[in-house]
Design a protein around this ligand. Structure first.
Ligand code: SF4
Length: 84
């Protein structure tokens, strides 16, 4: 099964919440700072968050990424190519 990597630049999140509406299983708003959290993600040295998902969870997260008004959610395939 294909794997994808979500990379989330949480610093740039403006708290609109569309990701949490579209992909509830992965994204949740945090009331304390009005940003979204990506469940299970790990923080990288560059401050971004990343999470590997399989293809079953790809579509719902592409919806979250495409509807993010500030484009801080990116998805990459196994070769490292940005696919969303
Ligand atoms: S859609 Fe984008 S800006 Fe809105 S809460 Fe999610 S990550 Fe943040």
């Amino acid at each position: 099964m294909a794997k994808y990597k979500i990379v989330y630049d949480r610093e740039g999140c403006i708290g609109v919440g569309s990701c949490a509406l579209l992909a509830l299983k992965f994204w949740k708003m945090t009331p304390e700072n009005d940003k979204a959290d990506l469940f299970g993600a790990t923080r990288r040295k560059d401050g971004k968050w990343e999470l590997v998902i399989d293809e079953n969870d790809f579509f719902v997260n592409t919806e979250a990424a495409r509807n993010c008004p500030v484009n801080v959610i990116k998805i990459y395939d196994e070769s490292g190519k940005e696919v969303c």
